[in-house]
Design a protein. Structure first.
Length: 321
């Protein structure tokens, strides 16, 4: 066994469907961390405080799903700057404290995951001139993804749209700002529920324009990048509208969509975007890349991207086990 035995888990309600155990367990095997365990634990908002209060030195960290990403904030000793600006914590690091109780630090790896997944899409879009298909390739390298192989220059990201206005939308705004777009359009189901996102945008120096989903077709037509943070099936009506428009609904050439939902796979929006001629990145790519960063934070060692990618593809049935 390499290293002391440690525990980690993904918390949420429901949580049995989560692919996070597949990714983290694959990482532990690749890193030789034989004594480490990672499990899904069903925890509601009401149960979170008690669960966090029972953590001890045997724990390395937690992964959190919504709505726990915001509920956990007052339960932490420290919140890393990016997570504080975004207003959402998807990673809790458990570290030894001098008082006998562990010190809990909140971090956000969703921004990293969105940037890396969008970068894969940008790479696929840049390769389209050579006849590459519209879907982002599995296992695409994020390190050079935003670079056009023909010119050697980064592809500019001038316009972007975010669908949804929750905590993941705040991470999407931070990711888009990192890619160069600080004036995206946010399409929300209700403008009355965008206050928290507007405050997060102000903290990160982003100036989004807020509109309702009714204006989605016109907004999407002008976008280089689109990130859907809507729950599963919430974008199905928009997908049907895109599909009805046929292969030329006015999307920009090589426009990239990331739909963070990955159940069902592919989502209706993902399929409609491909049918409309765009480049689509499946949501599990964000999940993969944010998990790689989580592993680094929890173990102190680089997350083994290739091993985690292979395990994810096996779990999804993309390759034979």
């Amino acid at each position: 066994m390499t290293g002391a035995a440690r525990r980690a888990a993904v918390l949420g309600h429901p949580i049995a469907h989560s692919l996070s155990p597949v990714l983290h367990r694959a990482a532990y095997r690749a890193l030789g961390l034989d004594g480490w365990a990672y499990d899904p634990v069903d925890v509601t908002e009401e149960q979170l405080s008690a669960f966090v209060g029972d953590l001890d030195a045997g724990w390395a960290g937690l992964s959190l799903t919504m709505p726990l990403k915001q509920t956990v904030l007052p339960l932490l000793d420290h919140v890393e700057p990016l997570a504080a600006v975004v207003g959402a914590v998807n990673t809790v690091l458990v570290q030894a404290g001098g008082s006998g109780r562990p010190v809990l630090t909140g971090a956000n790896t969703d921004v990293h995951g969105i940037v890396a997944a969008l970068s894969e899409g940008l790479a696929a879009a840049a390769e389209r001139g050579a006849g590459a298909p519209g879907a982002a390739p599995q296992g695409a390298s994020a390190s050079t993804a935003a670079v056009d192989p023909a010119s050697g220059h980064e592809r500019p990201v001038r316009t972007a749209v975010v669908l949804g206005a929750g905590a993941t939308a705040a991470s999407a705004l931070a990711a888009l700002a990192e890619l160069g777009c600080t004036t995206p359009v946010v399409l929300a189901r209700s403008l009355g529920r965008t206050g928290a996102l507007a405050r997060a945008a102000h903290r990160m120096g982003v100036e989004p324009a807020f509109r309702t989903l009714d204006g989605a077709p016109a907004a999407l037509a002008g976008a280089d990048l689109v990130v859907s943070t809507l729950p599963p099936h919430a974008a199905d009506d928009l997908a049907a509208e895109l599909a009805a428009a046929g292969p030329a609904p006015g999307l920009r050439p090589r426009a990239v969509l990331l739909d963070v939902a990955y159940d069902p796979r592919p989502t209706a929006l993902h399929s409609a975007w491909l049918g409309a001629g765009g480049v689509a990145v499946p949501g599990e790519r964000m999940l993969l890349h944010q998990a790689v960063e989580q592993v680094r934070l929890m173990t102190g060692r680089p997350g083994p991207l290739a091993a985690m990618d292979a395990a994810l593809n096996r779990a999804l049935g993309l390759v034979e086990s």
